[in-house]
Design a protein around this ligand. Structure first.
Ligand code: AMP
Ligand code: MN
Ligand code: MN
Length: 330
């Protein structure tokens, strides 16, 4: 509670607060960002909401989502930077780092067990089902009135990070907070309709390629999906369309660890090829027996026991072989 009260004092004393969450955002990264940002706006504070990546189509229904910016030039200076759902500061992406480092006070709010503890104040709870759960606790203590927009953002963060109340992080708070959020105006049908309801034709075609790419280790314990830039180009999709596809690989009988390797586009800045090598994100999912956050940490990434990831510059054969070798230890 001491940290929370210090954070509230700091936020109350700030005039301009930056909120930022991790690149390639999921529903929790976006929901926490919007819930925190809208709450500060209700306190009549100047806020800047930042995410480096494109917001996936399924989350663009969220109230005020258009307020999220992907560049900070002209927005600084900030009195306080609040970093959400990031296990290390670098997860916000290279574009925001210099601005955040220049900000006098950094607040770290997260639920990853691999959190490095960066920043001046921390609210880290690996028992929280989502960062949105911690944001809920914070704004409740600040006695901010939760309107339908804030409720929808918190509900979406918890609903998506728990895999619709199916994953191992689903706790009592997930139900009690979501129950409260519905009372405040969140509409479960509307959220579910957007998050799971409709896909672009391209995403369905991408799913087809993802399923077709599945390889199983000799011992039958590891499944591997691969999505290359060529597959994104052929289906008119982007890495943001990958969200959720790994669950198909994880659900195969006897699989202990599922891996999804996807390539980043050969874009600008950080995404340029390094020494001719391509840049890949590797997602890992476990059935609970193996702690995949430890595997991700070996490659400079992080995450949770059952869901983790990392990013590497490499070539596709090396990373596939490396991941297949993991099967020997399963
Ligand atoms: P993903 O691999 O994007 O499906 O993410 C699975 C989990 O691992 C999420 O909780 C992410 O926040 C975390 N994660 C993914 N990539 C990284 C990374 N490079 N560093 C730290 N955590 C990560
Ligand atoms: Mn996240
Ligand atoms: Mn999260």
């Amino acid at each position: 509670m001491k940290q929370m009260d210090q954070i509230i004092t700091q936020l109350t004393a700030s005039d301009h607060v930056l909120f930022a969450s991790h690149t390639d955002p999921d529903g929790d990264a976006i929901g926490s960002l919007l819930a925190a940002g809208l709450s500060m706006k209700a306190m009549k504070k100047r806020t800047t909401l930042y995410n480096e990546s494109a917001i996936p189509a399924v989350y663009r229904f969220l109230p005020e989502v258009e307020a999220i910016v992907s560049h900070l030039d002209g927005a600084a200076p900030f009195d306080t930077a609040v970093v959400l759902d990031c296990s290390d500061l670098e997860r916000v992406g290279a574009g925001a780092l210099p601005f955040i480092r220049e900000t006098p006070v950094i607040i770290n709010i997260d639920h990853h067990p691999t959190n490095t503890g960066f920043g001046d104040f921390q609210l880290i709870d690996s028992d929280a089902c989502a960062t949105a759960e911690i944001i809920y606790r914070l704004i409740s203590r600040m006695e901010i009135v939760i309107d339908a927009d804030i409720a929808t953002a918190i509900y979406t963060g918890i609903f998506t990070d728990t895999g619709s109340f199916r994953f191992a992080n689903t706790n009592q708070a997930a139900f009690s907070i979501c129950n409260g959020m519905v009372a405040c105006g969140a509409d479960p049908y509307n959220v579910a309709k957007h998050v799971y309801g409709t896909y672009s034709l391209g995403r369905i075609k991408l799913l087809n390629r993802a399923l077709d790419s599945i390889e199983i280790s000799d011992n039958g314990r590891l499944s591997l999906m691969t999505l290359t830039r060529e597959m994104f180009d052929a289906t008119g999709t982007h890495p943001e369309d990958v969200d959720g596809l790994i669950n198909y690989a994880r659900r195969i009988r006897d699989i202990k660890v599922a891996v999804l390797i996807h390539e980043y586009p050969n874009g600008s800045g950080d995404e340029k090829r390094k020494n001719g090598q391509r840049r890949f994100h590797v997602s890992l999912r476990s059935d609970g027996a193996v702690d995949v956050s430890r595997i991700a940490a070996l490659f400079g990434g992080g995450g949770h026991r059952n869901a983790a990831g990392f990013t590497v510059h490499t070539d596709i054969t090396d990373i596939k072989n490396g991941m297949m070798e993991l099967a020997n230890g399963l």
